[in-house]
Design a protein around this ligand. Structure first.
Ligand code: ZN
Length: 212
C-alpha cells in the first residue's frame, strides 16, 4: 500500500466511530433491517458513504467509501446504490450528513397520510409535520433526489412512500436521531388512528403547545 492510500485509509478510520454509532442505533430503534439503509457525510469535494450491501449495525473501515460529490465525475466503485440521491441532497441542501433507514412505522404511516401531522410532544417539537414523498421509482435516481430535496427544503426529514425515511443533519447523529424520532412518532400516530382517535384534533391539541 502506498503512502497516499495510507492517508486515505486513516481518514476513513477517523469517520468510522460516528458511522458505527448511527448504524447501530438505527438498527436498535427498528429503523433498519440487517442490510438496509445508508449513511453519508460531506468531506470537502467528496462525500463518504456506506458501501453497497453493507450491514449498518456492523460497519468496519472497509464499508466506508470516499467518492466525488459531483455526479459529473465517475463514482468510486461499490458505493451505496442511493449515491445519486445523496449527491443531489448535498447539492441542493445545506447539510453535512445524510441518513436513510427503512423505518417501518414511518413507512406504514406514509401509506395512510400525505403528511404526518404528529401528535406527541417530541414529534411536534422536533418535526411538526413530516412530508411524505411519492416517487416512481422510489429508489436510486437523481429524480428521487430532486423530489426529496424539494420536500426537505422546509423539513430536514421526509418519508419516502413505500420505502423509508431520509434525514439530513449537521452530524450523522442528528440525521439518525431524526429518523428514530419520526419512526416512534409515526408509530403513535398509526396506533392512535387504529384506536379510532381523532388524530387531526390531537395534532392541534393544547398538549403540544409550549409555554414561554
Ligand atoms: Zn432504502
Amino acid at each position: 500500500m502506498n503512502h497516499a492510500n495510507d492517508e486515505n485509509h486513516n481518514q476513513l478510520e477517523d469517520f468510522l466511530p460516528a458511522f458505527q454509532v448511527a448504524g447501530e442505533t438505527l438498527k436498535a430503534c427498528d429503523c433498519n433491517n440487517s442490510h438496509s439503509g445508508n449513511l453519508s457525510v460531506r468531506d470537502g469535494k467528496n462525500l463518504i458513504i456506506t458501501r453497497t450491501g453493507s450491514m449498518l449495525a456492523r460497519l468496519g473501515a472497509a464499508d466506508l467509501i470516499s467518492t466525488p460529490l459531483s455526479s459529473d465525475l465517475p463514482p468510486t466503485p461499490r458505493t451505496s446504490s442511493e449515491l445519486p440521491v445523496h449527491q443531489v441532497l448535498y447539492e441542493k441542501l445545506d447539510c453535512a450528513a445524510i441518513a436513510h433507514g427503512h423505518a417501518i412505522w414511518a413507512v406504514l404511516a406514509g401509506f395512510v397520510w400525505d403528511k404526518l401531522e404528529l401528535i406527541d410532544v417530541e414529534g411536534n417539537y422536533y418535526h411538526g409535520a413530516v412530508p411524505v414523498v411519492t416517487c416512481k421509482p422510489a429508489t436510486s435516481s437523481p429524480a428521487l433526489g430532486e423530489a426529496l430535496a424539494n420536500a426537505m427544503s422546509d423539513s430536514p426529514v421526509a418519508v419516502l412512500r413505500a420505502h423509508g425515511v431520509f434525514a439530513t443533519g449537521d452530524t450523522l447523529e442528528q440525521a439518525m436521531q431524526r429518523i428514530c424520532s419520526v419512526n416512534d412518532s409515526a408509530r403513535l400516530l398509526v396506533e392512535a388512528h387504529r384506536l379510532g382517535l381523532d388524530v387531526v384534533t390531537l395534532h392541534r391539541s393544547d398538549y403540544l403547545r409550549f409555554s414561554q
